[in-house]
Design a protein. Structure first.
Length: 105
């Protein structure tokens, strides 16, 4: 393992800021705060209404794990990205990253 000084700087989970839903979107989820040094970013892990009402055993593994962990498993996947997505949308076909959009929290 590389010494900490030689490892790439990654984001760290700061906090789960609780349940959130974007207006006009048929999904709800959890807003997470991540930090890297002085930088702070937010990642919303949202679950589609269809996935919320589905049998969890019929959902793709990533969506099922996101439901089970309040989205934490998906946040862990983006911590090594230079510019993490603002939204991770999970549904009946799995989870996808939405980039390039700014959302007001």
């Amino acid at each position: 393992m590389l010494p900490r000084s030689l490892r790439p700087v990654t984001w760290e989970i700061g906090a789960n800021l609780g349940r959130r839903a974007r207006p006009g979107v048929d999904a709800g989820g959890w807003l997470w705060e991540i930090t890297r040094g002085e930088r702070v970013a937010h990642v919303l892990v949202e679950i589609s209404e269809t996935a919320w009402s589905s049998d969890p055993l019929r959902l793709p593994g990533d969506t099922r794990r996101a439901l089970e962990t309040d989205g934490r498993t998906e946040v862990l996947k983006v911590l090594d990205q230079h510019d993490p997505p603002g939204v991770v949308r999970c549904g009946s076909t799995g989870c996808v990253y939405l980039r390039g959009e700014e959302f007001e929290w």
